[in-house]
Design a binder for this molecule. Structure first.
Ligand SMILES: Nc1ncnc2c1ncn2[C@@H]1O[C@H](COP(=O)(O)OP(=O)(O)OP(=O)(O)O)[C@@H](O)[C@H]1O
Ligand SMILES: [Mg+2]
Length: 265
């Protein structure tokens, strides 16, 4: 489903103007990373996609559904949102119950629910912990439960809000694997991240926000190559990208492979 955001403004009831005119189109099946300094409006923006927040002005369309007119329950069929803080999302006594809650709520039949739960737990490598209470896991593994509980809803749009924060390298690789699998399945994935290497290695399109507005939006290679503009929102391009620039490589490189092939050419 296509996402169309037009001139979106949002002011929190306390008076903070968090979004100041964001316009954006994301096509079905795109994989997008969203970066920007703390408080730049990333979470506020994605919370508009499933109707958790309503525009102060402007509009958000999911396919042809206007989030101002469609109830949150209807948007939940299409948009899954993994919270920045899993403790805001998890409330069941076992991992199995937690991951089954979403698909049950969407009204799927029992056998479909079981196969969705099994698939999601398998993807995040938690199949053997079904009966564990999520709160007996470390916060980093609770994030994986939160991720599974959204994957199991099989929505066409999946939003991950800082999935890699606080994760060790093994879990970051697991999350990259999940993103790759969702890409294969044709899902739209929007990932907010402060991990610029994760962003460079796993996403083709990067959107940088600054002070409630879009600063840059385009192919990762082009956005990450604009270090001076990114600095306005306190984002440093990946180390290899910066090194490539200092070496005078003609192409902006994002990872080791691109770096090595640019060196040889
Ligand atoms: N519930 C709230 N009430 C009032 N202001 C808020 C609320 N949530 C966020 N804000 C403010 O809105 C602005 C945007 O916040 P938001 O959480 O969207 O940023 P973010 O880019 O996700 O930041 P982070 O990287 O820290 O998660 C900030 O100034 C923040 O302080
Ligand atoms: Mg945030």
């Amino acid at each position: 489903m296509k996402i169309e955001i037009k001139d979106l403004h949002y002011t929190y009831p306390a008076g903070v103007e968090a979004l100041r005119g964001v316009s954006l189109t994301i096509d079905s099946g795109e994989q997008v990373a969203m970066v920007g300094q703390n408080g730049s409006g990333k979470t506020t923006l994605v919370k508009h996609l499933n109707g958790l927040l309503q525009p102060t002005s402007g509009s958000v369309l999911i396919g042809d559904l206007d989030t101002k007119k469609v109830p949150v329950a209807k948007l939940a069929v299409h948009v899954g949102y993994v919270f920045q803080n899993p403790d805001e999302q998890l409330f069941c006594r076992t991992i199995h119950e937690e991951v089954a809650f979403g698909p049950r709520n969407l009204g799927f039949d029992a056998s479909k629910i079981e196969s969705l739960v099994a698939d999601a737990l398998n993807l995040v490598e938690l199949s053997s912990r079904k009966e564990t209470n999520p709160y007996d896991l470390s916060p980093t593994w609770r994030k994986m439960v939160a991720l599974a509980s959204i994957i199991s809803m099989d929505t066409s749009i999946v939003i991950l809000d800082e999935p890699t924060t606080g994760q060790d390298a093994v879990n970051v690789a697991r999350i990259a694997h999940v993103v790759a699998e969702l890409r294969k399945r044709g899902k739209t994935v929007i990932t907010i991240t402060h991990d610029i290497d994760f962003c460079a290695e796993n996403f083709e399109r990067v959107i940088a926000l600054s002070q409630g507005k879009i600063l840059l939006d385009g192919p990762a290679g082009s956005v990450l190559g604009q270090g001076e503009i990114l600095a306005q929102t306190y984002v440093d391009p990946p180390q290899l990208t910066r090194l490539g620039k200092r070496l005078g490589l003609k192409k902006t490189v994002r990872n080791q492979e691109e770096f090595l092939s640019a060196l040889k050419s």
